[in-house]
Design a protein around this ligand. Structure first.
Ligand code: SF4
Length: 402
């Protein structure tokens, strides 16, 4: 498919909207009352610190809702306002936050059902309204919806679209896109649908494996098995790694994306020489500012003398996991939770570990004075952060009484 031509057609269609419907003012109050928090504002005003009893909260200086997510949520509310009676669908969670997704369901905005790992678009009818989430949708999904005559409300974050444009540029000059991301993540699925030849690397280790193959060759079958789910159809490592461009899932660790970019730049320079580099390597900066700011704030926060960290965000939120990784690398006890309900009475907490396992830790709040670091992923409203902080104060007060 000529994805570029398709996108142009879609964007000129009267059934397509990516700018909202002019109801910003009407939904603003609703959004503020449901997602904003006066306590969080107070903590911001107090230099990101709040002390109550023997708990000191230190909040990261950048956390929570990014503008891309805020924009997507506002557009979804506007969509309901604009189409009060129409059937409205979302192709996926609008963002990775259970509270926000719950609100969508209360507003009768339904998820396209998934049957045996595949989305079932047969339930979506001509004239229905379909919202594409902040991290986008694959070009194939867009085409199905366009062909059906649905009204498409595209909330894809412009930063994500920027990555799509980058892989289109690679495709135009027949370069392979090396995408730093998780091959199952919806954003990366969407990005790869716009790419020509592509290879998805999860981390620096996988990138080094590929770089080594470029320089020294290797076991082709092993390569293809390793990346079986993470490359384009018919990918040939002996042919398709001669010219590469870098792209990324916008929520990966920015330091790692930069290292991967540098690694391939050096690899191509070593293999083809500096004068030929531009014929074999392309890189554009597609790291999202919001992700970068949150990671930088986290790196600063973990310099403090923290007793523990609570990282708040959806369990399938990639940028939240990256924040927890920073705490783990610093050796700080950190607890990734997706809602206040994970903090139980009796000093116990249910949390997700970096390996994805959900575990319960007892006596997680130590006795005596403690400093607790708090941050949240880009899809977490301030209201959720407030609830968690209040619950920590309440539970810690009980620890003293024991
Ligand atoms: S994290 Fe960045 S790319 Fe993702 S929605 Fe927010 S602003 Fe956009």
């Amino acid at each position: 498919m000529d994805t570029k031509a398709f996108k142009r057609t879609l964007q000129h269609s009267e059934n397509y909207n990516r700018k909202g419907f002019g109801h910003q003012a009407e939904v603003a109050n609703q959004l503020e009352s449901e997602y904003q928090s006066s306590l969080i504002q107070e903590i911001r005003d107090r230099n990101y610190t709040l002390q109550r009893g023997d708990v000191t909260i230190r909040l990261a200086q950048a956390f929570g809702f990014c503008w891309g997510v805020e924009r997507a949520v506002a557009m979804a509310y506007e969509t309901r306002q604009h189409f009060p009676a129409e059937k409205i669908w979302i192709t996926n969670e609008i963002i990775h936050n259970p509270a926000v997704n719950q609100r969508m369901q209360e507003m009768e905005v339904e998820f396209v059902p998934v049957e045996a790992g595949k989305k079932d678009f047969t339930v979506v009818a001509t004239g229905d309204v379909v919202i594409l989430p902040a991290f986008g949708a694959s070009v194939q999904e867009m085409q199905i919806l366009h062909d059906k005559g649905c009204k498409i409300v595209d909330t894809t974050c412009p930063w994500v679209s920027k990555v799509w444009n980058t892989v289109e540029k690679h495709k135009k000059v027949d370069y392979t896109s090396i995408i730093h991301g998780k091959y199952k993540h919806e954003e990366t699925v969407a990005t790869s649908s716009f790419a020509g030849k592509y290879l998805i690397v999860l981390n620096l280790q996988e990138a080094e494996y590929v770089a080594n193959y470029i320089l020294n060759g290797g076991n082709r079958d092993e390569f293809l098995t390793k990346f079986a789910k993470a490359c384009s159809v018919g990918f040939d490592p002996d042919q398709d790694l001669a010219r590469v461009g870098i792209a990324n899932q916008t929520t990966m660790l920015k330091g790692e994306t930069e290292k991967i970019g540098k690694l391939f730049e050096h690899t191509m320079m070593q293999k083809y020489g500096p004068t030929e580099l531009n014929q074999h390597f392309q890189s554009f900066n597609t790291i999202c500012d919001a992700t970068q700011e949150r990671q930088d704030a986290m790196l600063e926060l973990v310099q403090d003398d923290l007793d523990l960290m609570v990282v708040i965000g959806g369990f399938n939120s990639s940028n939240t996991t990256q924040l927890q990784q920073i705490a783990a690398e610093k050796g700080i006890h950190s607890y990734h939770i997706d809602s206040v309900g994970r903090i139980k009475s009796g000093n116990s907490i249910e949390h997700r570990q970096l390996n994805g396992e959900l575990v319960i830790t007892e006596n997680w709040l130590p006795d005596g004075e403690i400093i607790v670091g708090i941050t949240s992923g880009a899809s977490t409203p301030d209201k959720v952060v407030e609830d968690v902080i209040e619950k920590i104060f309440v539970e810690k007060a009980k620890v003293i009484l024991v």
